[in-house]
Design a protein around this ligand. Structure first.
Ligand code: DC
Length: 227
């Protein structure tokens, strides 16, 4: 088996991380959730008072961007936690507020430049599964396997709603759906690296696939490229 790079792109809550994590575990690859990295930057900005509902202090953020160190560590349950400058922020970054902040902060060119630099460094030795919005187009344009995952906004909203409720957040479905639509719009139409399907990416619509079917499909595609 040769070591390859697997790039998985798609809109929010379409199941990218579920399939990416399963493949990484199955084949012993590193998994990198780049959305978590944008979320960590948003949390950093919120905590420092540089981001409010309608303002981002880009001057301060730019001055400190190189001081933001993000890494991932496997916890006792075998899942991955996100660390921001040594602090476990996994729970905090998953809120709707931080998700919105991440969508806004990810439109800023210097933020993307820094995170893309960190992501490319993580993939130098290959053997990596990375998910996000620009992995197959910008971060690893030469990735051996590229997936572009889609599913309908309603199905994605239901999945995100179930996830948030299970974590004890008080949300209603309409609010989650509106949030998904707003982020789709921003992630697809921003000037800096908008979500695009790479020409050589394989498109999968998982609206009517269950998790096992989706995982099996990815494992099959991986085998075709890595063996
Ligand atoms: O996948 P997610 O919902 O955790 O991502 C949070 C936000 O980060 C999302 O709205 C868009 C942004 N993002 C990005 O611009 N590029 C990436 N590679 C990953 C995420």
């Amino acid at each position: 088996m040769k070591k390859i790079i697997v790039a998985i792109d798609g809109l929010s809550s379409c199941g990218k991380s579920t399939m990416a994590k399963d493949l990484a575990k199955h084949v012993g690859y590193i998994y990198v959730d780049t959305g978590a990295m944008y979320r960590a930057v948003a949390l950093f900005a919120i905590k420092n008072g540089w981001m409010t509902d309608d303002y981002i202090d880009e001057v301060e953020l730019k001055r400190h961007i190189r001081n933001i160190k993000i890494n991932f560590q496997t916890n006792d349950e075998g899942t991955q936690d996100t660390y921001l400058n040594g602090e476990n922020v996994e729970k905090e970054i998953r809120s709707l507020e931080v998700g919105n902040g991440a969508s806004r902060i990810s439109t800023i060119g210097f933020v993307r430049e820094e995170l893309v630099r960190q992501q490319q460094a993580m993939g130098v030795e290959k053997g990596i599964v990375m998910d996000g919005r620009d992995i197959g187009t910008v971060v690893f344009p030469n990735a051996e396997l590229k997936i572009f995952l889609t599913s309908s906004p309603k199905i994605r909203a239901q999945r995100r709603y179930d996830e948030l409720i299970a974590k004890g957040e008080k949300v209603n479905f309409e609010e989650v759906l509106a949030n998904i639509r707003e982020r789709d719009e921003r992630d697809s139409n921003r000037k800096e690296s908008p979500l695009r399907k790479a020409e050589d990416a394989i498109e999968i619509d998982n609206s009517h696939l269950n998790i096992e079917e989706q995982n099996e499909l990815l494992r099959t595609l991986f085998r075709e490229k890595a063996f």
